[in-house]
Design a protein around this ligand. Sequence first.
Ligand code: ADP
Length: 264
Amino acid sequence: MITKLIADARKIVIKLGSNTLAKADGTINEPFMKEFAAQCVDLIREGKQLVLVSSGAQVAGLSTLDRWARKKDIHYRQALCAIGQVELMDYWRNAFGDHRVHIGQLLLTREDFQDDQRTLNMRNTIFTLVDEGVIPIINENDSVSYEEIKIGDNDNLSALTAVLWSADLLILLSDIDGVYDKNPKEFPDARLIEEVSDIEELKNSITIGATNSFGTGGIATKLEAAVKVTSYGTPMLLVNGSRSRCIEALRTGTQTGTVFLARD
Ligand code: ADP
């Protein structure tokens, strides 16, 4: 199923969570980014189009300025994202630069998706970048966002992006293999759910546990993202980005995950 969904999709949005981009010590996992970029380039060379939604500004910021780790004040947090966003994009530029592929950055807030003119401009920018072979890399504009105008998590941002761009497939890379009936980090006997056609039914049959240290959304926001895209006819995959060469493994059928089937 996963192999076929990826093979059939031409326009793919891939979201990378902070836990996927960070190493265990909390610094940015540059080897992963290089390996991931190489797999993206393979997809593009086969005629697919990609848009990335990348978390990790805080992680990248703390990798650079670890003395700010204990500063919880909102101004410091937002300043840290301003610093980290540049670092994050520098890592991505290097990773894709190895393959002579350009990247473009879009920093968005919820208001951008609520304003028709801005939405149209974002859409046109994404289409133009992709048509020119450039990979758009999107993140929430955390340095200007505040609670009331925040999307709040990149699961929902990636779903809004997939709908805006009319993607054929949304892939969320996380640090777990998919949705389980209970938190696999707490319960070793948790069972992976490989296919979901009714998200409401799923919500009633699983236990949603806590997120990880860098995670902002957890499973709840991943399910919100799934509701958004599947109702627009776009399927979603929740898979483990920390497995070796994960995109390739998914394409060859050696890695599983959770498939959220599109609603007709
Ligand atoms: P990210 O956004 O970086 O992918 P999150 O921390 O936001 O990561 O969300 C993934 C985490 O959600 C998992 O690492 C896991 O510990 C936790 N989790 C809680 N309940 C479940 C569940 N029922 N199935 C899978 N993961 C769960």
